[in-house]
Ligand binder design. Structure first.
Ligand SMILES: Cc1cc2nc3c(=O)[nH]c(=O)nc-3n(C[C@H](O)[C@H](O)[C@H](O)COP(=O)(O)O)c2cc1C
Length: 190
């Protein structure tokens, strides 16, 4: 299929989930641009029911990582236990910047709207040469005994709930290949 190519389409097609990052931090002006792109996402009735917590404190990222790993190790889920034991796999992929998108629990479209923010973030980041990876597993933090403490420390607003995390940083290693697309997911009625 012949595609009409431009910078936006190229960014969408070439963005991949990055799970190996360089240690180098991303510049603040790039981060601010990415966040601005994030909050320019569409939202139902323009309620903008989101909040973004930016975490660049290495020791806090390590603490959250450790807490989740402990939770996984102490769970009764064999898969989680194996993943936590695997020293080559980390939750946040050692990214230097982590964002947590939380959303207004009372808003019926919160998940869709927060997903729009994350999508804008991942595409804006890639357009600036910055890799990203959604980290749904980060939400296990709020199943631990210290959930309330982290809600406070991460400054999640009252009435908001963690929706999804996203790691940001410069990609390292070989670029992942795009997973194959499923067939039969489009119906044209013309
Ligand atoms: C809601 C959501 C949660 C995800 N959670 C994780 C995660 O916890 N860890 C991870 O490494 N990747 C996570 N991913 C990334 C997916 O595995 C990835 O998008 C998928 O394999 C397709 O690869 P691509 O992003 O390179 O196209 C998540 C993606 C989404 C949309």
């Amino acid at each position: 299929m012949e595609l009409k190519m431009n910078d936006t389409i190229r960014t969408i097609l070439e963005r991949r989930s990055i799970r190996q990052f360089k240690g180098e931090q991303i510049p603040k002006d790039d981060l601010n641009t990415i966040i601005e792109a994030g909050i320019y996402a569409p939202s139902a009735r323009n309620l903008q029911p989101w909040h973004i917590t930016v975490i660049r404190d290495e020791s806090l990222i390590e603490e959250v990582e450790h807490e989740i790993r402990e939770y996984m190790l102490n769970s009764d889920n064999e898969d989680l236990i194996e993943r936590a034991k695997d020293g080559t796999r980390t939750i946040f992929h050692k990214a230097p910047t982590i964002l947590l998108v939380s959303g207004d629990e009372s808003n019926a479209y919160m998940k869709g709207d927060c997903s729009n923010v994350l999508q804008n973030i991942s595409l804006a980041a890639w357009s600036l040469g910055i890799g990203s990876c959604y980290i749904g597993m980060g939400n296990m933090l709020f199943q631990t005994d210290r959930a309330e403490e982290f809600v406070t420390r991460l400054e999640i607003p009252k009435g908001y709930k963690s929706y999804c995390w996203i790691s940001l940083g410069y990609a390292d290693g070989t670029m992942p290949i795009a997973p194959e697309r499923k067939d039969g997911v489009v119906t044209y009625i013309e």
